[in-house]
Structures are given as C-alpha cells and as structure tokens.
Design a binder for this molecule. Structure first.
Ligand code: FES
Length: 102
C-alpha cells in the first residue's frame, strides 16, 4: 500500500498540521480525525488494526493534554488540531511496530 493510492480515505486537505504525539512532533492532514492522522503516519498499523471507525469499540482512545490534566477522547471522532498534544494512546494502537512509541 502506498499513500498516493489511498489518498481517497482521507477527507480533503490542503496542508498538514503539527501535533505532538507522545513527545514527538508529527505532521498529519488537517480536516481529518486523529485516527486518520495516525493512519497517515502508519498506514498498515491502523488499516489492519481493530478499529470500528464509528465510536463503538473504544480501541482508538487517546489522551490529550488539557491544561494540567489529560482528557480521553475517541480518535475516530475527534478532529486533529494544530498543536494538539496526544500524551497517551490505547494499548491497541501500535504505531511503527511498537506499542506507545510514536
Ligand atoms: S475506532 Fe472504534 S471507537 Fe474509535
């Protein structure tokens, strides 16, 4: 699989936005959910992962930095935002071949 073939899976976007993912700055397509952004970063891991994509399984849960606290959201239901900080991800999200290491 390569990203050009699969561009259709993403909502239309003109640019990438920077987010912080477990301490590492990454660029993901604007106008898309966090889960699509993770898919953009690791196509196979997310495409073949166990995700319902519609808010039912909770396998996509991530924790966003929210002031001094963390806020859990569903990555398939939450759009990316420039500067968003994802501090933790559900165990089922294994990017780049290892859990929790982005
Ligand atoms: S992928 Fe199932 S709740 Fe988000």
């Amino acid at each position: 699989m390569n990203l050009d073939d699969l561009r259709d899976i993403f909502e239309p976007y003109e640019r990438l936005v920077k987010i912080e993912l477990c301490g590492v700055t990454r660029e993901v397509p604007e106008n898309n959910t966090i889960l699509r952004g993770l898919q953009y970063l690791d196509l196979e891991a997310i495409s073949y992962g166990e995700f319902c994509w519609n808010g039912e399984c909770l396998n996509c849960q991530v924790w966003l930095k929210n002031g001094d606290k963390e806020k859990a959201v569903m990555a398939c239901r939450t759009d990316v935002k420039e500067g968003m900080e994802i501090v933790r991800m559900a165990d089922g999200i294994e990017l780049f071949g290892s859990p929790q290491t982005a």
